[in-house]
Design a protein around this ligand. Structure first.
Ligand SMILES: [Zn+2]
Length: 94
């Protein structure tokens, strides 16, 4: 029996498409300006606001998706990946 190449099946690609549609990507996160600002912010605020471990992400306290201000540092907080994932998981249900 020949092995089926998963990537060649239409269902594989339609699934892929659905996934990219579902994932909300804020374009500004990919800009050089944001990466630079984020790096500086984490340097100044190196600890996760939730668990005090080393922060790796800058989180928007009020999600941009829900009307939070993207560039306002008052709306930023340092978070580790774990806490950030938990927060964004919770927010996706809002
Ligand atoms: Zn944390």
């Amino acid at each position: 029996m020949p092995r089926i190449n998963k990537k060649a099946t239409p269902s594989y690609w339609s699934k892929k498409k659905d996934m990219s549609k579902r994932t909300y990507v804020e374009k500004r996160y990919n800009t050089r300006r944001w990466k630079k600002a984020r790096a500086i912010y984490i340097k100044e605020n190196p600890l996760c606001v939730d668990c005090n471990k080393l922060a790796t992400v800058v989180d928007h306290i009020k999600p941009v998706r829900l009307g939070g201000e993207f560039w306002d540092k008052d709306n930023w907080q340092s978070m580790c990946g774990i806490c950030h994932n938990r927060k964004s998981g919770y927010e996706s249900k809002l």
